[in-house]
Design a binder for this molecule. Structure first.
Ligand SMILES: [Zn+2]
Length: 100
């Protein structure tokens, strides 16, 4: 966990996301017929945005995700979690595909 803009784990450094340092985690619930495609179903926020509020980070991730051609029409639901606590109780927001 870190509120700094840097990450010591160096995971996925190219994209600036980290399973530990990133503040927000996005779970993508694919439709059954697309589950075999090997699409990423978990996306972490950029840890250099950790200084921003959760709401602002979620809004940015949602905006980018909604534009994604790769996922268009392939999911039912997206759920945002607080990444600092991995329990499912920590759900922050959920959006149905039709709401994006
Ligand atoms: Zn890290």
């Amino acid at each position: 966990m870190s509120n700094n803009r840097s990450c010591v784990h160096n995971e996925n450094k190219q994209y600036g996301t980290c399973t530990i340092c990133s503040k927000i985690k996005l779970g993508i619930m694919l439709k059954n017929e697309y589950k075999h495609l090997g699409l990423t179903t978990t996306v972490w926020s950029y840890y250099n945005k950790n200084y921003q509020t959760k709401e602002k980070i979620i809004a940015g991730m949602l905006r980018r995700f909604a534009k994604s051609e790769l996922y268009k029409g392939k999911y039912n639901l997206v759920i945002f979690y607080d990444n600092y606590d991995n329990s499912n109780d920590n759900e922050l927001k959920r959006y149905k595909a039709t709401e994006l």
